[in-house]
Design a protein around this ligand. Structure first.
Ligand SMILES: *Cc1c(COP(=O)(O)O)cnc(C)c1O
Length: 399
C-alpha cells in the first residue's frame, strides 16, 4: 500500500516549497508593463533584495536561472585571458569554473574535497605566492549544494587582505541566500550571485547579481561584456520594459514581491535565519543518532561547516536511491539525489541523498520528513541506532 496520498512535500535543495501566497500572487492576468502597479511594485523589490544580501550597493535582476547569474557576473567583470582563483568545496564551484573557462578565463582551482570547507591558511599562502597579482578574482561558493559544506566567506576576505592581494571576491549564494546568514558589505564581497527558487521561495526563473562599486569599475574594461548581460541598465528595474531587452518577468516579480514581504517585512530576516538554524539542528540530531550504528552518516562532520539550507547524507549503495524511492512512493516526500559524490553509472552513486530545508519550511515538515526517513530505514532493513526522530523532536521542543 501507499500512504503518499495527501499533500506532497518536495524536500530537495531547490526548487524549494513555494508558499501558497507566492503562487496566488502570481495567479493574475498579464499586467500593463509600461506603467502602473507592476512598475511601482518592481521598484520596491530592490531595497528588500539588498537587505537580504546585507548590501548597500547594487543588484541587477535577470530572467534566468542561477547559471545565468553566474555568466552575468563573469561577463561584467572579466576578459578572455584573465586569471581567477576558484575555491572548490563541491561540484558547483567546478560548474562556475567550467563556465568561466568557456569564456576564455584561465581558472586555477584549489579543490578542498567533498567534505571540508575552504582552508583559509592555504588560500592566504596561495595568494601571497601570487606576487604579480595575476588573479583578477577569487570565486567562492558559500554553501556548495552538492556537499552541503558551508565556508567562511569573511575569512576569504581576511586572507585576501592579509596577503595584500587586490583580487575581487565573488561568492555564489544560490543555495543559501535567506537561509544561512550572508553579509555582503561586512564580509567584503564584491560580487554575489543568487537565484529566486531556493531560500527566496519563488518558482525558478529569476536570478540576481549583487555588486559593489569596485566590481562596477571592472565592468568598464570587461572584454566579455555582452549587451544582454550588462548590469548597468538593470540597476533601474522599474524601467524593465525600456532597458531589459524585452518583456519583464511580470508574474515572477509579483511572486518575488510576496516572498520578500514574508521574509523581510513579516517574519524578519533574523527570525528566518534562526528558524533555519533550529530546523537544521533537528535534522543533524536525527542523523547523528541514527548513525551511531550502521551506515548512515552526515557528509560534513563539523557542525560549524554545515549549511542550514541543505544536508548531504552518506548511506552506502544502494540504500540512498532505495530510501528516496521509498519515502516518495510511501510517504509523499521527494528527497534530493546525491550530486557530484560519485559518477552516474558508478554503483556508488546510489549511496547518497540530500535533504533540502530551505525557505518555506517549518517544524512539522522537517519532523514529518525525518520520521518518514526513519520508517524507510526500518522498511528497507538498513541498520541504524533508534531514537533519531525523537532526538529531532527534542531539539524542536527547545524552540
Ligand atoms: C542551485 C545552484 C546553482 C545553479 O542554479 P540553477 O538555478 O540551477 O542554474 C548554482 N550554485 C549553487 C550553489 C546552487 O545551489
Amino acid at each position: 500500500m501507499t500512504l503518499a496520498n495527501g499533500r506532497q512535500i518536495i524536500a530537495i535543495p531547490g526548487p524549494s516549497v513555494m508558499p501558497e501566497r507566492v503562487l496566488q500572487a502570481m495567479h493574475r492576468p498579464a499586467p500593463n508593463i509600461y506603467a502602473g502597479a507592476l512598475v511601482d511594485m518592481t521598484h520596491s523589490i530592490v531595497p528588500d533584495l539588498l537587505t537580504v544580501a546585507g548590501s548597500s550597493s547594487h543588484v541587477a535582476m535577470y530572467i534566468a536561472n542561477g547559471h545565468g547569474a553566474w555568466e552575468a557576473a563573469l561577463s561584467n567583470t572579466l576578459s578572455r585571458g584573465d586569471k581567477v582563483l576558484v575555491l572548490a568545496t563541491g561540484r558547483f564551484a567546478h560548474g562556475w569554473a567550467d563556465m568561466a573557462g568557456f569564456m576564455g578565463v584561465d581558472c586555477e582551482i584549489i579543490d578542498f574535497g567533498k567534505r571540508a570547507p575552504i582552508d583559509l591558511n592555504r588560500v592566504e599562502d596561495h595568494l601571497r605566492a601570487d606576487t604579480g597579482h595575476t588573479y583578477k578574482a577569487v570565486l567562492t561558493v558559500q554553501v556548495d549544494t552538492s556537499t552541503s559544506v558551508k565556508s567562511d566567506i569573511a575569512g576569504v576576505r581576511a586572507a585576501l587582505d592579509a596577503a595584500g592581494h587586490p583580487a575581487m571576491l565573488f561568492c555564489d549564494c544560490i543555495a543559501c541566500l535567506g537561509c544561512d546568514e550572508f553579509l555582503m558589505d561586512a564580509w567584503g564581497v564584491d560580487v554575489m550571485v543568487a537565484g529566486c527558487q531556493k531560500g527566496l521561495m519563488t518558482p525558478p526563473g529569476m536570478s540576481f547579481v549583487f555588486f559593489n562599486d569596485k566590481a562596477d569599475r571592472a565592468r568598464d574594461t570587461a572584454g566579455n561584456l555582452s549587451h544582454y548581460w550588462d548590469w548597468r541598465p538593470r540597476m533601474k528595474p522599474e524601467l524593465f520594459y525600456q532597458f531589459f531587452d524585452g518583456t519583464a518577468p511580470t508574474h515572477h516579480l509579483y511572486g518575488l514581491r510576496e516572498a520578500l514581504d514574508m521574509i523581510v517585512h513579516e517574519e524578519g530576516l533574523a527570525a528566518v535565519y534562526a528558524r533555519h538554524e533550529k530546523l537544521a539542528h533537528a535534522i543533524w540530531a536525527a542523523f547523528e543518532t541514527w548513525g551511531q550504528a550502521g551506515p548512515v552518516e552526515l557528509n560534513v562532520e563539523n557542525p560549524a561547516h554545515r549549511s542550514h539550507a541543505v544536508t548531504s547524507v552518506r548511506i552506502g549503495a544502494p540504500h540512498g536511491t532505495a530510501l528516496r524511492d521509498w519515502v516518495e512512493q510511501k510517504a509523499g516526500i521527494t528527497l534530493g539525489i546525491g550530486l557530484g559524490m560519485a559518477e552516474p553509472g558508478d554503483p556508488a552513486w546510489h549511496g547518497f541523498f540530500r535533504v533540502g530545508h530551505m525557505g518555506h519550511v517549518n517544524a512539522h515538515m522537517v519532523l514529518g520528513t525525518l520520521t518518514s526517513i526513519e520508517a524507510a530505514l526500518t522498511a528497507l532493513g538498513v541498520e541504524f541506532a533508534p531514537g533519531g526522530a525523537a532526538a529531532a523532536a527534542k531539539v524542536v521542543s527547545q524552540a
